[in-house]
Design a binder for this molecule. Structure first.
Ligand SMILES: *[C@@H]1O[C@H](CO)[C@@H](O)[C@H](O)[C@H]1NC(C)=O
Ligand SMILES: *[C@@H]1O[C@H](CO)[C@@H](O)[C@H](O)[C@H]1NC(C)=O
Ligand SMILES: *[C@@H]1O[C@H](CO)[C@@H](O)[C@H](O)[C@H]1NC(C)=O
Ligand SMILES: *[C@@H]1O[C@H](CO)[C@@H](O)[C@H](O)[C@H]1NC(C)=O
Length: 641
């Protein structure tokens, strides 16, 4: 697994304390009184050692999760005098150090001392005041295949200024008055409020916290203070303690959401035990999922500045002609499958290898899958989203022509992100549709040093015909632009692209450097692109194709003036000139290698097509890709009407 370094925390050990000192009176009594005969062998067995799905005992799930890695400098278990012997037996059978079991001396609910006092007893007799502590209730039922305890610890290590509580989204059948409920800040993951067993009218949150807390030693030091002020056993629950440290002492505690629920907490009965055990068993059985396949489509830029993030405005269209497809399948190990054509690993000969490498370079799609996975894991660790512990196989395919500026790379990243989100049950709440384009851009920019802007990713996430406003003030305020679907008819666009493009001849322009330096020609040019975009949005709205044609031509001419012919390249200029010679409105749909246009007079269409084909181009009619979900309509050009 990917290990993150935490230099700030070096040397400070993490100790795990498992609480199993509760007296599960109701459950023991019901097992005792059961007439069915099914539970005879469980009489007297402590709750933590009751059987759970997969033939394990409840405590075994915890012990397996804790024991498989070198995460802790030590592990302790605290229990009561009544059940001590059972845990001693369990320890010798499970290679748990018997000397690390602490006995709190209680024999009934009436003389129990409370979970926080059990915690303090362990800290005191084992002298653990210098350590960070993970404390868990060892008699809770959960799905251990669902999360990786190492990821929880990673998150705690990253957040050096606070403690950590995990929480889960409650099932509809669970009342919030049965749990500690947390209100969590969506942006920072800080817990704003902790409500122990609240009434339903007190909070809208269904985020339930359970005894699975990681405390820094500074917070551990508050335990004796709390006990000094709270003498009754009923006050010495972890829920009450958490309310006190968060709401009263204002200790900073982060929340991390886990994808499993936790059950059998507190005084439950035999019915709860039966139904939750079979519920979790069903969950395990339904675990293995069908493969998921996701597509992302190529796009054409119809209007506005080229895709380099100039705080401009653009209109882009996703097209159903070409797409990338990624498939994720649950598997026993984690694998990324190279594409047979795009990621060649076998060659006919040295000369074949030379030819392929010379023409296509070294940039297949596999690196895109890998970089997306890396960034996705990092995003989740940072946001406190725990991922289900399971491996997968990713494979991809694409028919988007390469090196002609139709956003083929970001399509693969987009489809991979959609697969990962679906596979790990992340929703738009975990990564909003407004932020997904930025994530995709970050994969390409930060991981793969691909220079690009947001607009291709926006249209690939939202699909359809999208108007985008990246004004500086919007970007700074929201972290994303304003995006809306233009719900209009389109003229019949054609797309022509080089059938045999090469990367070697492409010149890079200095426009982005000049823009960053505040060059007035470039700044004015970008403003002009934004104006053209607004005018084009208006032309679309009233289906004024002759206005649209002039605007597209003007858009290209402005680009030519700003970038210069050398940067645009002879082959690209030739494609523009062919279209124009037949009266078509033409411009680049992306960074070069293709042109998009339309003819107002279609009588010359066939002649024009043949001309493009003669010059070694492929020409197709564009099929717009309709969006699955329409964005709320913001009228971006209302003042213009
Ligand atoms: C509950 O958790 C979700 C997911 O982490 C979070 O987005 C949401 O804001 C939380 N709700 C409340 C009321 O804190
Ligand atoms: C919630 O309901 C209870 C009674 O059911 C009432 O006593 C309490 O004042 C209510 N709290 C709020 C915040 O409305
Ligand atoms: C994932 O794959 C790795 C390497 O093949 C393996 O060691 C690990 O046990 C697998 N994890 C799961 C949850 O299957
Ligand atoms: C951006 O969108 C928001 C709503 O999401 C709207 O209130 C705002 O006026 C829009 N801003 C511009 C400049 O269009």
């Amino acid at each position: 697994m990917y290990q993150i370094n935490f230099p700030a925390c070096e040397g400070r050990g993490l100790v795990c304390i498992i609480l199993t000192a509760g007296h599960a009176q109701k459950l023991s009594k019901e097992i005792q009184d059961d007439k069915s005969g099914r539970y005879g062998h469980l009489k007297g067995v402590p709750k933590a050692l009751l059987p759970s799905p997969q033939g394990k005992r409840i405590l075994d799930h915890w012990w397996d999760a804790i024991n498989t890695r070198q995460l802790f400098s030590n592990v302790f278990l605290v229990t009561n005098a009544d059940k001590y012997k059972y845990f001693e037996r369990w320890a010798t059978a499970s290679e748990f150090p018997v000397e690390n079991i602490i006995n709190d001396g209680s024999t009934t609910e009436a003389n129990s001392i409370g979970a926080v006092a059990d915690f303090e007893l362990t800290l005191r007799v084992k002298n653990l005041w210098e350590y960070d502590i993970l404390v868990i209730a060892g008699d809770m039922l959960f799905q251990d295949s669902k999360f990786d305890i190492a990821q929880v610890i990673d998150y705690f290590r990253r957040k050096t200024d606070g403690d950590l509580a995990i929480y889960y989204d409650m099932e509809e059948s669970e009342p919030i008055s049965s749990r500690g409920i947390v209100e969590v800040c969506h942006q920072t993951n800080k817990i704003l409020k902790f409500l122990e067993k609240p009434l339903p009218n007190v909070t809208g949150s269904r985020n339930a916290s359970v005894v699975f807390y990681t405390f820094r030693s500074e917070t551990v030091a508050l335990v004796p203070v709390y006990l000094g002020e709270h003498l009754k056993t009923t006050q010495r629950t972890f829920g009450a303690f958490m309310e006190w440290i968060i709401n009263v002492k204002k200790v900073l505690v982060y929340g991390m959401k886990l994808p499993t629920g936790f059950q059998l907490i507190g005084q439950v009965g035999l019915k709860d035990y039966e139904s939750w055990v079979s519920y979790f068993a069903n969950q395990e059985e339904n675990e293995c999922r069908d493969p998921i396949t996701m597509r992302a489509y190529a796009r054409v830029g119809l209007m506005g500045n080229p895709s380099d993030g100039f705080n401009g405005k653009t209109v882009s269209l996703s097209i159903a002609n070409f797409w990338a497809e990624v498939t994720i399948t649950e598997s026993s190990n984690l694998r990324l499958i190279p594409h047979p054509v795009n990621d060649p690993t076998e060659f006919g000969s040295m000369s074949d290898l030379y030819g392929i490498s010379d023409k296509e370079g070294y940039l297949g799609g596999l690196r895109l899958l890998q970089a997306t996975c890396k960034k996705f894991y990092y995003y989740c660790v940072q946001r406190g989203i725990a991922l289900t512990r399971r491996n997968f196989t990713l494979s991809y395919d694409t028919n988007i022509p390469r090196q002609v500026g139709l956003a083929g790379s970001s399509a693969i990243v987009t489809a991979t992100l959609k697969c990962l989100m679906a596979f790990f049950d992340l929703t738009d709440q975990d990564m909003s549709k407004n932020l997904q384009p930025q994530f995709i851009l970050d994969v390409e920019k930060d991981e793969l040093h691909i220079n690009a802007g947001l607009q291709d990713r926006v249209v690939q996430i939202h699909e359809g015909l999208v108007y985008m406003d990246f004004s500086k003030s919007l970007m700074e305020r929201q972290g994303h632009g304003n995006y809306s679907h233009l719900d209009v008819a389109l003229p019949s666009f054609f797309l022509a692209y080089l059938s045999n493009p090469s990367d070697s001849g492409r010149m890079h322009s200095d426009v982005s450097v000049r823009w960053r330096k505040g060059d007035s020609e470039v700044i004015e040019g970008m403003q002009k692109f934004a104006e053209l975009t607004d005018l084009a949005a208006k032309a679309f709205k009233i289906a004024d194709w002759s206005a649209l044609a002039s605007l597209m031509n003007e858009n290209f001419d402005l680009r030519r003036q700003l970038y210069g012919d050398v940067a645009l390249g002879q082959e690209n200029l030739k494609m523009i000139n062919i279209g124009r010679s037949y009266g078509a409105a033409v411009k680049f749909p992306g960074s070069g290698g293709a042109v998009i246009g339309f003819l107002q007079d279609e009588s010359k269409k066939e002649e024009m097509q043949q001309h493009y084909q003669r010059e070694g181009c492929v020409i197709v009619d564009i099929i717009p890709k309709e969006p699955a979900v329409k964005l709320p309509y913001l009228d971006p050009f209302k003042e213009l009407m």
